[in-house]
Write a protein that binds this ligand. Structure first.
Ligand code: FE
Length: 211
């Protein structure tokens, strides 16, 4: 189901560039043109923020929620404050809401109008998150989008899609995988993938386990 409770108030719309984006784009093309930067190196840096550094913050939040019921409760009650306990706060993460997967419901996050994304916990959004097909299809047919990501949600399980806005950003708290009872927070965090916190993936399984 599609959440329409929050007004979708954007400081940027569609494919129009914001003034900062336009300046960055202009700077990048000048630097590349003059040979100061290698576009491939830039891509590598962006990839690092997209997949390595950024989402590790969110993974620590999830691992703590899995390990510490009192923390999980604070995260449910006020995600912005609970996430700030780690020092993760700031632009594009001012109003966070954590949505918890359970045996009945699988949550997914989208921004139907552009690319609102919780930067402090996930870093930069992946390209597909900003793509028109993801943004439109996830609302209409989330189950088939999940299948494209290789995730098969049982027919009896509800899928809820949350539309991010300039005001509210969502973090999916995936279900803790079975077979992880003995693991500490750091080992648990390794299992938490970026996509599992957007809802387009599931956490990794501990070595030797199978789903
Ligand atoms: Fe947006």
């Amino acid at each position: 189901m599609h959440d329409h409770d929050h007004p979708h108030d954007h400081d940027h719309q569609g494919s129009e560039l914001s003034p900062i984006e336009a300046r960055v784009r202009a700077l990048e093309s000048i630097l590349v043109e003059k040979g100061y930067v290698d576009p491939a190196a830039l891509d590598a840096i962006i990839d690092t923020y997209e997949t390595k550094i950024g989402p590790r913050n969110g993974a620590r939040v999830v691992a703590r929620a899995w390990s510490d019921p009192a923390y999980a409760q604070r995260l449910r009650a006020d995600a912005t404050a609970a996430i700030a306990e780690f020092g993760f706060s700031g632009r594009q993460g001012e109003h966070m809401v954590a949505v918890f997967n359970d045996r009945d419901t699988h949550h997914m996050v989208v921004c139907t109008l552009c690319s609102c994304y919780p930067w402090p916990v996930l870093g930069l959004p992946p390209v597909w998150y900003k793509s028109a097909p993801y943004r439109s299809r996830v609302v209409i047919d989330p189950r088939s989008v999940l299948a494209d990501f290789g995730v098969h949600v049982p027919a009896g399980k509800k899928i809820r899609v949350w539309d991010s806005t300039a005001e509210v950003r969502y973090l999916v708290i995936p279900e803790r995988p079975a077979g992880t009872e003995g693991l500490g927070e750091e080992q648990l965090a390794v299992l938490v993938t970026r996509d599992s916190m957007i809802g387009t993936g599931l956490p990794l399984l501990p070595e030797g386990a199978s789903r």
